[in-house]
Design a protein around this ligand. Sequence first.
Ligand SMILES: Cc1cc2nc3c(=O)[nH]c(=O)nc-3n(C[C@H](O)[C@H](O)[C@H](O)COP(=O)(O)OP(=O)(O)OC[C@H]3O[C@@H](n4cnc5c(N)ncnc54)[C@H](O)[C@@H]3O)c2cc1C
Length: 402
Amino acid sequence: MSEFCAAEASRCLLCKKPKCALQGCPVHTPVPECMLLYRQGKLDEAGELLFQNNPLSAITSLVCDWKQFCFGHCVLNVKQAPIHWYQVEQEISGKYLGKVILGRRDDSLLGKRIAIVGAGPAGIAAAVWLYQKGASVVMYDANPRMGGVLRYGIPAFRLDKSLVDEYERILSVVEFRGGCEVSDVAPFAAEYDAVIVCAGAEKPSTLHIPGEERSIQALPFLKEPSAFELGRKVIVIGGGNVAMDACRTAARMGVETWVYYRKTFENMPANPLEVEEAKADGVQFKVFQAPVEVRPGGVVFCDCENIVPEGGGRVVTRIIPGTEHFVECDTLITAISEKPDFLLLSGAEFGADGWPVVSDNGLVSGFKNVYVAGDFRLGPRTVVEAVASARLVVDAVAGNML
Ligand SMILES: Cc1cc2nc3c(=O)[nH]c(=O)nc-3n(C[C@H](O)[C@H](O)[C@H](O)COP(=O)(O)OP(=O)(O)OC[C@H]3O[C@@H](n4cnc5c(N)ncnc54)[C@H](O)[C@@H]3O)c2cc1C
């Protein structure tokens, strides 16, 4: 046990109604129970409890925005320093993951064949729980290996890929068909007892400006940075976490890297910690800048300003006419948000917003046995929310089949 974690565990108030778990954490991690086990030196028991509740605990404890979740909801926030539970969780789950051997825990889904499309966090969590319930699980993924964004998006300097490898070992008991892109789930719906689509949100949004085809997208860049010849200067457009990973990756490749963002630092959706880390990696920022055209050798930007509507209301950022200026760069990377690609849900009912109609438990309207989870259901969110949505679907699948 690390001295720091032991001290944090002994400071924890073991709240009867823990806000960190009940309000802060999408998977309601049993923090007080695990803290107690940790204090008693029962690390494996704590690890087992965490794994059963959230199979991705070893990863979420590393990549969660803990200020938004557990840490930010600790009652000690008011008068003292909040508890660094996520660090205790990292120690427990990091050590326990290597010991996990997946077994059957009950036979409630024995004989049922379930297909999972997408082997990212949502698919992995669903596969773990379904296998434990006795189901025969087949996972399909367009990529050759499991992990989704954990393997192909989040850079290795933020997430040690050996942790992702552990999930391949743990799930070696289920059938994994890598390099298999599913174009339509309708035939699967006929073949399997249930289909769970966890295909993420990978379709990039576009800038809708002339010359945009000269830019590259952040996700393919993050998947294989060495495949791109960046030149000497890179500009990244965007202010979210994907933009931060892209700019940090470029900067760490030794390239002069800038982030151009159309609003202010306060408006950036990226975790402020990641912005600071990007600065520490040498990334330079320019705010209130909107791209209007991509030309050979650079980008035309306009200055922007915030307009506060008379009488109050939402602040609107607008381009200031006549402020066009050309900024040289060798590579433009766009990271302005992604959405799911619903082409594979051809038989589904869609709402006016273009999203499939889905019940609370993830069942897709138009099908009797096709469910959605993770970013494919929620849009781009977080690993822990992907796991929480997978839990809902697994419970629904199990409930419908009993
Ligand atoms: C660069 C980046 C950094 C991030 N950083 C963080 C972070 O620090 N903390 C955090 O909590 N969240 C972070 N997120 C968000 C988080 O990674 C996602 O919310 C999470 O991965 C969603 O899990 P998922 O299983 O729904 O989808 P994904 O992880 O996207 O996995 C989807 C899988 O489906 C497969 N697939 C897609 N279409 C098909 C098809 N037609 N046939 C077969 N397979 C298919 C894909 O190959 C992929 O493996 C980040 C996201 C990105 C892009």
